[in-house]
Design a protein around this ligand. Structure first.
Ligand SMILES: CC(C)(COP(=O)(O)OP(=O)(O)OC[C@H]1O[C@@H](n2cnc3c(N)ncnc32)[C@H](O)[C@@H]1OP(=O)(O)O)[C@@H](O)C(=O)NCCC(=O)NCCS
Length: 187
C-alpha cells in the first residue's frame, strides 16, 4: 500500500505501511520527534533509548497491528499506529488503540486527518467495534482532530502527568465503528 497525499501547503508526501526494512528510518524519525515540541503529548521523550529492533519488527509485521509512516522524499515525518486489543472471553468486543506522532513543522496541514482515516479503514476491515486513544486534556490539536472525526470523550483519568507547572489529565476518546454487526448478534 502506498498513497500520495497533498498537504494544505501544497506539498506532496507518501503514506505507506512501515515494514521491517524501515526500522532505521523510523528510529531517526522517533529521535527527531522526541526532541520536538509535540513529544509532551505522547510517551516519547528526548534522549530515549533506541527501541529494540527485534520487538519493533515484530510490531511492524504483526497481523494484529498496523504501523503507517508518512515519507517526505526519504525522510519519515509522521507515524500512526493501531493495535488490536483482543479478549479471550466471548462477550468482550474487539477493540483497538491508536496513536499519532507528526513532526511539528508538518502539523495542522491535514496529515493527522489522513492517517487516522487510514487507521480506521484498517480497523473496520478487522471488524473492530470500538476504537480509542488517550489524550492529554490540553492537547487542543489532537482533541480538535478526534472530535471532528466523531470521537467522544468517554472519561477522564486525573493527574497522569505534570508539566508546564500544572497537572495534566487524560481523556479517553472513543468511537464505535460501523460495519455489519448483524453477524455478531446472538441467535
Ligand atoms: C495531534 C496531531 C496528530 C493532529 O494532526 P494534524 O495533522 O496536526 O491535524 P490536522 O491538520 O489533520 O487537523 C485536524 C483537526 O485538528 C484541529 N486542529 C489542527 N490544528 C489545530 C490547532 N493548531 N489548534 C486547534 N485545533 C487544531 C482542527 O479541528 C483540524 O480540523 P480542520 O483542519 O478540518 O479544521 C498532530 O498535531 C501531532 O502529531 N501532534 C503532536 C503529537 C500528538 O499530540 N499526538 C497525539 C497524541 S493523542
Amino acid at each position: 500500500m502506498s498513497k500520495k497525499i497533498i498537504l494544505k501547503n501544497g506539498k506532496q508526501v507518501t503514506l505507506k505501511r512501515i515494514r521491517a526494512k524501515d526500522y532505521e528510518e523510523v528510529m531517526t524519525f522517533l529521535d527527531k520527534f522526541s526532541r520536538g515540541k509535540g513529544a509532551v503529548w505522547t510517551h516519547q521523550y528526548p534522549n530515549q533509548p533506541k527501541k529494540d529492533k527485534e520487538k519493533s519488527i515484530q510490531h511492524y509485521e504483526s497481523d494484529d497491528e498496523l504501523y503507517l509512516g508518512v515519507w517526505n522524499e526519504k525522510e519519515i515525518i509522521a507515524e500512526g499506529s493501531i493495535s488490536l486489543k483482543k479478549a479471550r472471553d466471548p462477550w468482550s468486543v474487539l477493540q483497538a488503540a491508536f496513536g499519532l506522532c507528526i513532526l511539528e513543522e508538518y502539523t495542522s496541514l491535514g496529515l493527522g486527518t489522513h492517517i487516522l482515516k487510514e487507521l480506521e479503514k484498517w480497523a473496520v476491515k478487522q471488524k473492530v467495534h470500538r476504537i480509542f486513544a488517550t489524550v492529554r486534556h490540553n492537547n487542543k490539536r489532537a482533541l480538535g482532530l478526534y472530535l471532528k472525526l466523531g470521537y467522544q470523550i468517554e472519561g477522564t483519568a486525573r493527574e497522569t502527568a505534570f508539566f508546564d507547572n500544572q497537572w495534566q489529565h487524560e481523556y479517553y476518546l472513543g468511537k464505535i465503528l460501523s460495519y455489519d454487526k448483524e453477524k455478531l448478534k446472538p441467535e
